[in-house]
Design a protein around this ligand. Sequence first.
Ligand code: ATP
Length: 360
Amino acid sequence: MTAPLQLRIGVLHGDGIGPEVVPAAVKVIDAALAAQSEVAIAWQRLPIGHEAIAVCGEPTPATTLEALDILDAWILGPHDSASYPEPWRSQLTPGGAIRKRFDLFANIRPARALTGTDAVVPKMDLVVVRENTEGFYADRNMHVGSGEFMPTPDLAMAVGVVTRRACERIAHEAFRLAQSRRGAVTIAHKANVLSMTTGLFRDVCLEVAQQYPDVAVDHQHIDALAAHLVRHGDSFDVIVTENMFGDILSDLTGELAGSIGIAPSLNSSDTKAMAQAAHGAAPDIAGLGIANPVATILSSAMLLRWLAIKHDRPGCADLASTIETAVDTVITDGIYTADLGGDASTGTFVEAVTTTIARL
Ligand code: ATP
């Protein structure tokens, strides 16, 4: 018998609803682990955000970053950096700092409507593939310093960055993903206005497309695409786009698929991966026990699939399937949180998922 795959996975709660939804995901994975012997996980709690300010005096401590260096992967909660005291409020967010340090260039954000929920686009099943390292997010697109600056108190400027290398690697991610799905990629850009930057993004993606003749490709302006997603969001498969467009678009697709609270996301390089829900810290509902943990649970399932491929251990992907099936079953049974129109608390939902896993 093969020895169990031993994984070390970081647990970073983050801010707002993070301390509610991240432990929920850990609990669900633990429930799935209990029924098998192929994978063992050693969890490592690490402070980030407000918790880290209290314990270490800064939101993104070097000790946390150094601990991540030796982990296989981690689950990161959302951060509410707008509520940090200065100087941290104006600095790179914890999530941005981690993505930059580990060059997590691919942000994969599926939007799949769950049966039994009242989604705006009930048949939506697409994936936004977001370039995660440059583009128009000026706080992380420079090697040193920020691409956003204020020469005078009344003049603010920002620099966008698009490189051939970054476009090529994210395009390959998108086309490979499309090959494993319905075989269609839409390139989202705004080349009629940002002709050099997003024009380069579009053109490089179209060049890469030639290496994937089995994948259908088209390209659309980001604004037109937003409208098309509302009208017929069920006709898209994979959408590849730059950093900021991808962030905005995936909030839209998450909500069209039912709720931003069910929209998972995985950030990865070739060697490291981080599960982090697409949503933010949701400070308006933090501490109320009503946050939807589905996005973080499904992000963690994506992480397990990524680890399965990295370590060539299908048992790890089986864990992900168990978790996804349990989430689908519980929601189909009508147990879900208020953002989806239900009345379950976070705790009730997680309890239902772990009980279902035990029965599968
Ligand atoms: P960020 O910029 O960090 O992504 P944001 O400003 O886009 O954050 P969110 O924190 O994602 O905003 O919240 C947007 C809305 O969605 C809020 O009303 C929030 O309560 C709701 N929301 C976000 N996540 C969840 C969740 N997991 N469960 C329920 N509601 C959520």
